[in-house]
Design a protein around this ligand. Structure first.
Ligand SMILES: NC(=O)c1ccc[n+]([C@@H]2O[C@H](COP(=O)([O-])OP(=O)(O)OC[C@H]3O[C@@H](n4cnc5c(N)ncnc54)[C@H](OP(=O)(O)O)[C@@H]3O)[C@@H](O)[C@H]2O)c1
Length: 298
């Protein structure tokens, strides 16, 4: 955990429920964040480019991300995926509307930029660190969530698995410690509604390191299919990533691939932030696969 000072005053009028604005609300990370705060009496406004067709649970207010409505918003979940251009205009508008708290969906690699050397321009680390700094400059209350590899990345293989038992990707032996999106959501809710995580940057991972081939085998056990991973070259992987992630520029994809290349033969980092904050163990990738098996069967 990295802790820096942040102001801790709450000017929200008494009696009104806390209102949370969630960017990238239809995404893998956004969906569970949208549903979680209601259990604590907070109201959620979900931003999407598709307000007419995106479906959310009853009680969630839907808002077009082209014209974010900051009225009465107490806290924002800010995800880079929904801001492929610079986040400055969004943060300026939030600040002008009086938003005081932002929970940033950042990334574990942002920590690379805190050890003295500035990360390489355009790299994944530089992009996420830049986002964190912009948030800190804009609002007095912030928490940065820094997930490592998301277990939901496995959905990228869903189309391939509809056609056969092979998932193709780069670096079969690259080790990551996949984190369940429910953990990101639960920590986000704590950061949105409580004050004890303010001013902290939380490096969050799943409970165990697994390489890509092992992750596909585990998914296969949940699906009761003999799945296997097949390696592709980094250039083919780069083109695939650029086509899927609109917000990622070439330099960011290059840095991600070089991170994976470096992870071959190295243990994946496993942190204790999820159990520390939530008071329960982080679920395994096998649990994630069980939770989402139906999504791969459709
Ligand atoms: N994947 C990982 O392993 C990993 C690791 C560390 C950190 N992260 C962080 O997590 C973020 C990804 O979050 P996620 O997994 O929830 O993403 P996601 O599932 O790809 O969802 C992103 C959402 O953003 C919206 N969006 C996509 N492209 C957009 C565009 N060009 N303009 C405006 N909105 C757009 C879409 O919603 P609508 O279509 O409804 O508007 C989409 O549902 C990354 O940006 C990174 O910062 C990811």
């Amino acid at each position: 955990m990295n802790e820096r000072p942040a102001h801790r005053s709450d000017t929200r009028p008494r009696g009104r429920p806390t209102t949370i604005l969630v960017t990238a609300a239809t995404g893998n990370t956004g969906r569970p964040i949208v549903t979680a705060p209601a259990a604590r009496g907070a109201e959620v406004r979900a931003l999407t480019r598709r307000p007419d067709t995106a479906r959310f649970p009853d009680g969630v207010e839907v808002c077009d991300s082209a014209a974010p409505d900051f009225r009465d918003v107490d806290a924002v979940v800010l995800n880079m995926a929904a801001l492929p251009q610079a986040p400055a205009p969004f943060l300026d508008a939030a600040k002008a509307a009086g938003v005081r708290r932002v929970v940033t969906v950042s990334a574990l690699v942002a920590a690379d930029g805190e050890n003295g050397a500035e990360p390489e321009s355009g790299s994944n680390a530089a992009i996420h660190l830049g986002l964190e700094r912009a948030v800190e400059a804009a609002v007095p209350q912030w928490t940065h969530l820094r997930p490592g590899a998301c277990a939901s990345n496995a959905f990228q293989g869903a189309a391939q698995l509809a056609a056969g038992d092979v998932v193709r990707g780069p670096y079969a032996r690259a080790n990551t410690s996949p984190i369940h999106e429910a953990d990101i959501a639960d920590v986000a809710v704590r950061a949105l509604l409580d004050d004890d995580l303010l001013g902290q940057a939380l490096s969050m991972t799943g409970p165990e390191g697994l390489n890509m081939a092992e992750q596909v085998e585990i998914l296969g056990r949940a699906l009761e299919r003999p799945l296997r991973f097949e390696g592709i070259g980094p250039e083919a992987a780069k083109q695939a990533m650029l086509s899927v992630h609109a917000w990622m520029k070439e330099a960011a994809v290059d840095s991600l691939l070089s991170y994976l290349a470096h992870s071959v033969g190295h243990c994946a980092p496993v942190t204790q932030e999820v159990p520390r904050v939530l008071g329960r163990p982080a679920p395994t990738f096998a649990q994630w696969a069980e939770d989402h098996a139906d999504a791969f069967r459709r």
